[in-house]
Design a protein around this ligand. Structure first.
Ligand code: ZN
Length: 335
């Protein structure tokens, strides 16, 4: 990345019913002294989806966090692009462009972007990075040192390949916290998220202060990080569904809340309306490939883990839980 990473955007309310991030954003906006304390940073706080936040709903027309599709360099000027977006009739398509313009990310990516989210799943504090870089590993390691139960989810996406908010920056970090019910803010998750954001901003500020012209030599990847990183596997599992397309089962009580735990062949996943337990075995909703991959990884003391288990917003996306790859298999993960 271009050093120093001065231009930074802090987004909250990308999903309008995730109020944790909105409260943290308000704390920054109403505490100008916080912003001033990071004097090396040009930090722009943004309420990403104000209309959805007002309605306390995830979005108005479509998921804002899938609308950051602008190519770099842009094909048209901003006013033409905004006109086209308005013609699309989607509030979020236009809003994505407005955010780009507001933070200065229309013609080229800004240095760094932090996007604040919450989830109904038991993710604890989860740091999501588009790809591993010396800076992202360093920042995640600092947060892990403060919150050792959190984990890092690496998306493994290339620049320009992504359509989420981090597409707008050379590097980015999404902070998720859960479980938090949709539409609610709760003090403890707010406090944790706020501390994590301030840790990251303070670290960026100090890095630039100490190394104003060239990137510092970052230390080797700490064991703490290696123990807590999960790589997006690329697959997700949907609910078993009935002929109308409705879920015909719930997340099993033994599986609920086990985000970050290694998947075990044969474990309970769902409980159907008749009280039958549906297990992790090849079936109409579990591909055989997943079972074979799980067995192969176990022989290497590695594993697949489940995350975003039962996330309420993913029902419409056809996702009951996501599957990730954990290079080190720790029975105690996320205890
Ligand atoms: Zn979200």
């Amino acid at each position: 990345m271009n050093w120093p990473p001065i231009n930074i955007a802090l987004l909250g309310g990308t999903h309008g019913n995730e109020r944790t991030g909105i409260i943290v954003l308000q704390q920054f906006i109403h505490n100008p002294d916080w912003l001033k304390s990071y004097s090396t940073l040009s930090l722009i706080p943004v309420l990403a989806n104000p209309r959805a936040a007002e309605r306390n709903s995830r979005y108005i027309d479509c998921d804002l966090n899938r609308q950051f599709t602008q190519s770099y360099p842009p094909l048209t000027n901003i006013s033409t692009a905004l006109e086209e977006a308005r013609r699309s009739g989607s509030y979020e398509v236009g809003r994505a462009l407005e955010i780009q313009e507001q933070i200065g990310a229309y013609t080229q990516p800004i240095s760094f972007l932090i996007d604040l989210h919450s989830t109904t799943s038991n993710m604890g504090l989860c740091l999501i990075i588009p790809r591993e870089t010396p800076l992202s590993i360093h920042l995640c390691s600092l947060v892990l040192a403060e919150f050792p139960d959190s984990f890092v989810l690496c998306e493994n996406v290339l620049p320009n390949e992504d359509n989420t908010s981090t597409h707008l920056a050379e590097e980015g970090l999404v902070l998720e916290i859960g479980p938090v019910p949709q539409g609610m803010a709760q003090p403890i998750p707010v406090q944790i998220l706020q501390i994590a954001v301030r840790l990251i901003l303070q670290a960026l500020h100090e890095l630039i202060e100490d190394h104003p012209s060239t990137a510092p030599p970052f230390p080797p990847t700490p064991e703490l990080y290696k123990n807590r990183v999960v790589y997006r596997w690329g697959s997700s599992i949907d609910y078993p569904r009935d002929h109308l397309g409705l879920p015909r089962a719930m997340i099993h009580p033994d599986f609920m809340g086990k985000d970050g735990f290694p998947l075990e062949e044969g474990q309970a996943l769902f409980l159907d309306a008749q009280g039958n337990t549906l297990r992790l075995e090849a079936s109409d909703f579990i591909p055989q490939d997943l079972i074979l991959a799980l067995r192969a990884l176990r022989q290497k003391n590695e594993s697949l883990v489940a995350f975003f288990i039962g996330e309420a917003a993913y029902l419409e996306k056809g996702i009951a839980f996501q599957v990730g790859y954990a290079p080190l298999y720790h029975k105690s993960q996320k205890t």
